[in-house]
Design a protein around this ligand. Structure first.
Ligand SMILES: C[S@@+](CC[C@H](N)C(=O)[O-])C[C@H]1O[C@@H](n2cnc3c(N)ncnc32)[C@H](O)[C@@H]1O
Length: 469
């Protein structure tokens, strides 16, 4: 194809899996990055792939009636909130549709079991954790280039550009984090630049000191924890920076109750070995009356505002009785397990990550919950029945696997032990649909409850209720 042949007018028809916008013309399928259903665009059809052609928008001729102005300066460059240009009602419409479409491909599901999606209570500033990266290779947005201002291209503190591991977008104002965190980010960046402290070089040359910066929040107490990850201290400027970070940062931000420094000399930028914690060792968050200790590196669901509704949904769907024994598989730090424990006779939580299990046990103790047992184990191992067979048979099975879904070994075992009820929680409709296609040979899919935990992204959380046939 010549260059001019690549230029094509397209009307975007729908949004498919993982937020990909789709247009069709002359029997060909186009994936139009950034397009919305109803947009008529001039696009550059630049890459022919198996079954579709990738196209990038050159100009929007007629915008979709659902298109709105994104509020974020980094929209289009940052991979975080790719649906900020779509009004919220339509975001919910497409999230619901993606679940129904994925499940429909199974063939044997009951169309009446799909409930209306539960919208997010807070649409912006909802995240209780952000992981930022430093880099000596800053990515400039189109807007930044057009402004023609002088930019320090060798220092960035922000978010990685999708698909470019070494380039970081310098973020000064993120709309989904706590408003005050923007000031913390900006002060950290200014101080490091002033002292000449170097961010890491993520290319082959390597080197540099500053690696990652994580911010965490408790919505219950409105307190913040920050975690700086670096390589080993090498020079006096770095020592001055770390002393300032330890002793002075907190004075500017009264809500900053915990200042953590950790060192990681390997690749990872958001985990490390703790060197000091100035202030509180952990934040405390509350879900349905249960208190959770959140230490610097422990996992916790990222939208606290939505957690009561999310976990309440699971509890209601499970219809738990005080005589029930429950298994919570892939239990993480026990945010579902401990709330359910209050309603049932006995609950077992199983999870691969041993640190998460330690946190879950601590949180059980912290809340005086004694009808729960936690185990750290690989649920995908062929040996998993050895552990599961030692536990009391479950009346209800709760599953909350990672995006890759359930492993065949586990599905096989579930079908052997036949719990009466299964609550399958998922953040990936495609793998959930794949697993349901096996489980629904023996189980009826009774209800599906989608809930929006991540406004402005295509991500969706979904609770499916199944009952033995
Ligand atoms: C979606 S998260 C579940 C979070 C949990 N329900 C909570 O609220 O804290 C999925 C969990 O599966 C765990 N996981 C991943 N692979 C696993 C495996 N093979 N065996 C057991 N757990 C696994 C991850 O460590 C993660 O905690």
């Amino acid at each position: 194809m010549s260059k001019t042949e690549n230029i094509i007018e397209l009307e975007v028809e729908s949004i498919g899996f993982e937020g990909i916008s789709i247009a069709k013309k002359n029997g060909k399928v186009y994936f139009v990055k950034g397009g919305l259903p109803g947009d008529v665009v001039v696009a550059n059809a630049n890459k022919k792939l198996k079954g579709y052609i990738e196209a990038s928008i050159q100009k929007i001729i007629t915008p979709s009636q659902h298109r709105i102005e994104p509020v974020c300066n980094y929209y289009g460059a940052c991979g975080g909130c790719s649906w900020q240009c779509l009004n919220y009602e339509q975001q919910l419409f497409w999230k619901e549709k993606h679940i129904i479409d994925a499940h429909n491909r199974l063939g044997n599901v009951n169309a009446n079991c799909y409930h209306k999606i539960i919208p997010a209570k807070q649409k912006f500033h909802y995240r209780n954790k952000m992981d930022f990266s430093f880099s000596a290779a800053r990515w400039l947005t189109k807007k930044e280039i057009e402004k023609d201002e002088a930019h320090n291209k060798h220092f960035a503190l922000g978010l990685h550009i999708p698909g470019k591991f070494d380039k970081v977008l310098d973020i000064k104002d993120c709309k989904i984090q706590d408003i005050e965190w923007n000031n913390i980010l900006n002060i950290i960046r200014d101080k490091a630049i002033k002292l000449g402290v170097q961010p890491i070089r993520l290319n082959k040359t390597g080197g540099g000191f500053l690696k990652g910066f994580t911010l965490r929040k408790s919505v219950l107490t409105n307190e913040t924890m920050c975690i700086l990850i670096t390589s080993n201290l090498n020079n006096d400027d770095e020592k001055v920076f770390i002393n300032w970070y330890k002793n002075d940062l907190q004075k500017m931000f009264p809500k900053l109750v915990s200042v953590v420094w950790a060192v990681n000399n390997k690749n990872g930028v958001n985990v490390g070995e703790t060197q000091f914690i100035n202030g509180k060792e952990y934040l405390t968050e509350q879900v349905l009356g249960i208190n959770y200790q959140i230490s610097p590196f422990s996992f916790f669901q990222t939208n606290s505002y939505q957690l009561d509704s999310f976990i309440g949904l699971i509890i209601d769907a499970a219809d738990i009785k005080n005589t029930d024994t429950i298994w919570d598989l892939y239990c993480g730090t026990g945010s579902i397990t401990l709330s359910v424990a209050k309603k049932c006779k006995k609950i077992f939580g199983i999870e691969l990550n041993s640190q998460a299990i330690e946190d879950a046990k601590k949180n059980a103790k912290f809340n005086n919950i004694d009808n729960v047992e936690f185990y750290s184990s690989d649920l995908h191992s062929p040996k998993i029945p050895d552990l599961l067979n030692t536990l009391t048979h479950p009346d209800v099975l709760i599953l909350d696997p990672p995006r890759s879904g359930l492993h065949n070994n586990l599905i096989k075992h579930i079908l052997e032990i036949r719990p009466k009820k299964i609550i399958y929680v998922s953040c990936n409709p495609a793998t959930q649909a794949r697993d349901l296609s096996v489980l629904t040979d023996s189980y009826n899919l009774l209800n599906v409850y989608p809930i929006d935990m991540f406004p402005h992204s295509y991500h969706i959380e979904n609770v499916a209720e199944l009952e033995w046939k």
